[in-house]
Design a protein around this ligand. Structure first.
Ligand SMILES: Nc1ncnc2c1ncn2[C@@H]1O[C@H](COP(=O)(O)OP(=O)(O)OP(=O)(O)O)[C@@H](O)[C@H]1O
Ligand SMILES: [Mg+2]
Length: 272
């Protein structure tokens, strides 16, 4: 189970049982077949990259898992149980922390409020009333942001006044602050500078050391090769390759060939 993973990081052999599985997960937007019959599994402790061209269906896949949208058909099994999350907060409460590509932050709130939304620290409770511990939330926010390396001059400013990179780091700081059963990051470093990207990659390495599973959507080959155990390639709404990059010889050119459709793994030949 999960505890086995924490003492044996990095090697596929040490991975735990399945934390997430999708069966025939499908999403059509009217006539647009954005996602078709995605069969996907992720083990505890495993870091899997999802790659694919723009419009391949990667974010759609994430949205069906995390309750942003209602799937057309298919099953999602999380932590051993079939799930139908009504909204992202539901998924979060079940233990899935997601950094969405179009960031799901509350624009009118400041950084600590966003970090602790739904998980406010309480100083004390008196019957139905509770006094929130703002000081502790501010301190924990500063600590979390330091881990991402991004500079936010005033954490009490509202999110709507921040740059794309700053927003992205607030969302990543949130995932790094709370232990979750599964973390999903959809292009987390797309808007970040070199230094901030390196810091975020360190956060991802820490998740790996802690045995926390991750789905990382990224167009950055170097990042994926460095950080992940496996690459799942999406093409035109279908999975077309599943590449074990820790135990098999897989080059960047191979991955690009799957992404562009020059190659398809035989077991996914329907996707061609
Ligand atoms: N709400 C929507 N209504 C209609 N079509 C949609 C909707 N959302 C996505 N699509 C379409 O579904 C397909 C998959 O989109 P998706 O956002 O999943 O791509 P992606 O792989 O995440 O791409 P990118 O790398 O650019 O983020 C695209 O053709 C897109 O135009
Ligand atoms: Mg996307």
């Amino acid at each position: 189970m999960a505890s086995d993973v924490q003492t044996n990081t990095g090697k596929s052999a040490a991975l735990g049982d399945i934390i997430l599985e999708t069966r025939n997960l499908t999403k059509h937007y009217g006539g647009v077949q954005a996602l078709n019959d995605a069969n996907f599994t992720l083990r505890r402790g495993e870091h899997v990259a999802i790659m694919g061209d723009n419009g391949a269906g990667k974010s759609t896949f994430v949205r069906q898992i995390t309750g942003v949208e209602t799937r057309t058909r298919g099953e999602v099994i999380f932590d051993g149980k079939p799930v139908h999350f009504e909204n992202p907060m539901d998924a979060r409460n079940a233990g899935i922390e997601t950094v969405f590509q179009t960031l799901a932050l509350a624009d009118q709130l400041d950084v600590p409020d966003n970090l602790f939304l739904g998980r406010e620290l309480v100083k004390f409770r008196l019957g139905p009333f509770s006094i929130l511990d703002y000081k502790a939330m501010r301190e924990r926010t500063i600590e979390a942001l330091e881990k991402t390396g991004v500079k936010i001059p005033n954490i009490r400013g509202t999110i709507e006044r921040m740059s794309g990179g700053q927003r992205q780091c607030v969302a990543i700081a949130r995932t790094a602050t709370f232990h979750s059963k599964l973390t999903i990051m959809d292009e987390p470093t797309a808007a970040l500078g070199v230094q901030e990207t390196a810091q975020v990659e360190n956060i991802i390495r820490t998740l790996k050391e802690q045995g926390e599973p991750l789905i990382l959507i990224s167009h950055n080959m170097r990042q994926v090769m460095d950080l992940c155990d496996r690459i799942v390639v999406f093409r035109r709404g279908r999975i077309c390759a599943n590449l074990d990059i820790r135990n098999q010889q897989v080059t960047g050119e191979d991955v690009v060939a799957y992404i562009t459709g020059a190659k398809t793994q035989p077991e996914y030949s329907d996707a061609a």
